[in-house]
Design a protein around this ligand. Structure first.
Ligand SMILES: Nc1ncnc2c1ncn2[C@@H]1O[C@H](COP(=O)(O)OP(=O)(O)OP(=O)(O)O)[C@@H](O)[C@H]1O
Length: 477
């Protein structure tokens, strides 16, 4: 076991790592080093993909892992990134206030810098964006005029946000560092001005592209965007993308036809990867990633951030508006999101107003006067969607009435209250809606998720509680 322990001391902590190759009896020497580091590693056979052994649980190994963990806990983001990420980016990282790495950054960055393909699987609000952006900045060569990294996101809103963080990190100091060209970031998003992007792409390709899959494929089909120099491909909210009938075929094409997994480093990120073992298997089988892809799964036994408090109120369908108002008047949230279900096709055909608009109208004419009420939903045009989000980002108190379009990735750290006016359709949707609050990584401020349910929905909520391992407390108004 000695070689395993010494390998362990030098390697990052990975809570669960999976290898697709079989360990030999002669001391696991053929295993990838990152796999040896976990004190609970599972190894899978090539033939049947079932766990062969759970090993490395000896007390001595646990102690070594514990010592290594203490050392790692003292590391700053700068320590982890030094020698990989350019100095001016590290300075920006510190200026913005990112000093201590979050768990996912601590665990994933060494794996990412080693060049491995990676599945970043960590709670909402845990800092996955910064982790993959730092990898991108570590491989960028700004002297080359070519697209070197591509980040694919499911919605325009998330794309705008990721672009903003990437540009903020890429910003050069005013006294331009000697000979350094700055890195350019293009947002190629649905609803954007594709004509302007075409001229930009023809004139000089950007270093990083943040794209929604529809706009991206248009550019690829017209050969306006070329991916032969792409070194890093990130698919954010990967489970959502694979689940979306509109996006999945283009996504598969991007992963296998427009570029090859052998010529790029592939990173998939999400807070939820249902059936992650199956997904990992598919990644290898379908050649979306290389065979030695690493699954960095942070805190697997707690999919939901622990500082969220979950509550529910039972009422009849007719009482829901009034119940919501009473809840808000007693909570007086400064900023929050009220999630409403999408309008059914039947209701659209009948010419009814969407339930979101009904709710906004109700709140505007009610006794609620504490903060501004804003709307965000798919059917709004892109300009109005952008206006709503930019208003909320300018600070001040607000309540955003939204459909699930706001449930994925959107980062509004000031939000303390989430109201599910309609229960989400799945546990995964619940996880992402709830995760729009509690987004300050090192804060222990309590944040609240309140569900307004009808009596017959209690068992659905109970199912989500079991699946996501949280507890929901009943409120009596
Ligand atoms: N090291 C850090 N120190 C302090 N704040 C950080 C750090 N890393 C990230 N953050 C902040 O944490 C918040 C959440 O980060 P991010 O949006 O990347 O989460 P995420 O893991 O992608 O969540 P989701 O799964 O919901 O998309 C952001 O406001 C970001 O600025």
């Amino acid at each position: 076991m000695a070689p395993i322990i010494s390998a362990t001391q030098q390697l990052p902590l990975v809570s669960h790592a999976f290898s697709y190759s079989k360990p030999t009896r002669a001391g696991f020497s053929l295993l990838q080093p990152h796999i040896l580091h976990s004190n609970k590693a599972l190894f899978y056979s090539r033939s049947n993909f079932r766990p062969l052994k759970a090993i490395l649980n000896s007390p001595s190994l646990t102690k070594v892992a514990g010592d290594a963990k203490e050392k790692e806990e003292a590391l700053t983001l700068r320590d982890i990134c030094l020698g990989h990420v350019p100095e001016h980016v590290l300075r920006r990282v510190a200026e913005v206030g990112y000093v201590v790495p979050t768990d996912v950054q601590k665990q994933a960055l060494p794996v990412l810098f080693s060049g491995s393909d990676c599945i970043l699987h960590a709670q909402t609000g845990s800092g996955k964006t910064l982790a993959y952006l730092l990898l991108i900045f570590s491989v960028m060569n700004t002297q080359r005029s070519a697209v070197q990294a591509l980040i694919v996101v499911p919605t325009r809103e998330l794309g705008i946000q990721v672009t903003k963080v990437a540009r903020m990190l890429a910003a050069m100091p005013t006294e331009n560092e000697a000979g350094q060209k700055s890195c350019t970031v293009m947002a190629l998003l649905d609803g954007g001005m594709l004509r302007r992007h075409k001229s930009w792409l023809k004139a000089e390709p950007p270093t990083i592209v943040v794209a929604t899959i529809g706009s991206l494929c248009q550019m690829l089909e017209k050969h306006l965007l070329k991916l032969e120099s792409m070194q890093v491909l990130v698919i954010d909210e990967v489970d959502f993308m694979f689940n979306s009938s509109k996006q999945v075929s283009s996504l598969r094409k991007l992963l296998t036809s427009y570029s090859s997994c052998n010529s790029r480093q592939t990173v998939f990120a999400s807070a939820s990867i249902p059936q992650h073992n199956r997904f990992l298997y598919d990644c290898i089988q379908q050649k979306w990633t290389k065979r030695d892809v690493v699954h960095v799964h942070v805190n697997p036994i707690e999919p939901m951030p622990t500082r969220l408090q979950h509550k529910f109120v039972i009422c009849s369908k007719k009482q829901r508006h009034q119940t919501l108002l009473s809840l808000m008047l007693s909570d007086t949230p400064k900023s929050g999101i009220i999630f409403v279900g999408e309008q059914s096709e039947k209701s659209k055909k009948a010419g009814n107003a969407p339930p979101t608009i009904d709710l906004v109208d109700f709140l505007k004419t009610s006794s609620w006067g504490c903060s501004e009420i804003l709307l965000l939903e798919e059917d709004m045009n892109f300009n109005s969607r952008a206006a709503s989000l930019s208003e909320v980002r300018q600070g001040g108190g607000y309540l955003l009435v939204a459909t699930d379009i706001a449930a994925r990735g959107v980062d509004l750290p000031e939000i303390t209250h989430i109201y599910n006016f309609d229960l989400p359709r799945t546990a995964v949707d619940y996880l992402h809606r709830a995760g729009r609050t509690g987004r300050k990584p090192f804060s222990d401020e309590k944040c609240y998720v309140t569900n307004i349910i009808m009596p017959e929905e209690r068992f659905v909520l109970q199912r989500y509680e079991n699946e996501l391992m949280f507890n929901c407390e009943e409120l009596f108004l």
